[in-house]
Write a protein that binds this ligand. Sequence first.
Ligand code: FAD
Ligand code: DHB
Length: 399
Amino acid sequence: MTVTSRTQVGIVGAGPAGLLLSHLLALRGIDSIVVENRSRAYCEARQRAGLLEAGTVELLRTVGLGDRMDAEGLEHGGIYLQFEGERHHLDFRDLTGGRWVTIYAQTEIVKDLIRTRLAAGAMIEFEVSDTEVGELDTERPVLRFTDAGGTRHEVVCDAIAGCDGFHGICRDSMPPGLIRVAEREYPYSWLGILAHVPPSTDELIYCRHQDGFALHTMRTPQVSRLYLQVPADEDIEAWSDDRIWAELRHRLEVPGWELKDGHISEKAISPMRSFVASPMRYRRLFLAGDAAHIVPPTGAKGLNLALADVTVLAKALSSLLKDGRAGLADAYSDASLTRVWRATHFSWWMTSMLHVDPQSDQFGAELQLAQLRYVISSRAAATTLAENYTGYFPLTWEY
Ligand code: FAD
Ligand code: DHB
């Protein structure tokens, strides 16, 4: 038996993009359903991003999601860039006229969003299976899924948002030949750990070492997060906790500074990829976040891009569904892709400048070092990094 129902917007995926979209639509008086194939606990525990641009923080505050972030988030006004055994500070506030970033984990944003949406009586179906989107040539696209109890559902929508991440089904449901993909794979991965030890630094350290990149970031005053460049096909089993700490200590070493270690509660290896699919829309199916684009993590743009996409999309859908005006929906893909390509360039640039490419040579290494020396000595070059890092495109709810 199939249960048929009706909503205005069907949202596939309860990651940050799908959840924020349903919240923003509700603020504009638009109903939605979110379907998610994982459990609530899994979505709330998945370790990923941690760094929010100033515009993302301001948006979350404006739409009523700022309380815990303001209490627990860690505001940072700069970063350290380390290379050739020396650590240099970049002061974003000075370089950009006061801009900053905030450390507040994606897990916490997802928890805040799920709690807020459920308290408002929202429909979020966790642990669904066999999600499908259909009737895409019509003005009534249909979202189909099987709920956790085994009942098949068919939800007739006015629009569908594919917020189902890189491995989701929405992008591939677009008509064959519509989507163009531009992508790069990088010949290395990141090994990330979550460690129960206070951070050994006040601000993030991005380090280019001749044996590979390392990053010291954090989650709370008690919890550190660290990343190491490892070979693309690396097996996590090759990395004991002791080996991880020894390698971090080796790459991050500077005279007079010590890396504190502690219990590692999570470790995982993530591939590095740039990927942009365009257009991000087919009629009334809209893609947002990782479903449409992926950046390598250096520079922390992925989550910020996903939240920016749905902020623009919420306004476009409101204009389309409430006022019958298609202008913003028609502009959604191009407007988003301009922002996506800026972040794609920045993430590629940070990644290429800071990682050791196993296929490169002395020439490549010297170019990286020349660029790093330029960034720390030229105010213009430092400002380029700072204004991209803190968020180049303004993002407001009135977007
Ligand atoms: P996702 O978070 O992937 O959510 C998609 C959801 O859809 C998932 O819950 C998935 O289970 C669900 N789904 C998939 N298929 C289906 C289906 N068929 N039916 C129903 N549901 C489905 N970004 C930053 O901005 N800052 C950072 O510091 C940062 N660091 C990162 C570090 C690492 C190690 C990694 C891996 C990523 C990092 N990112 C960072 C990127 C960021 O985490 C992602 O860009 C972000 O999660 C994108 O959100 P999303 O909602 O678009 O997609
Ligand atoms: C984090 C991840 C990043 O990729 C980055 O550039 C900065 C911070 C993080 O997980 O905190």
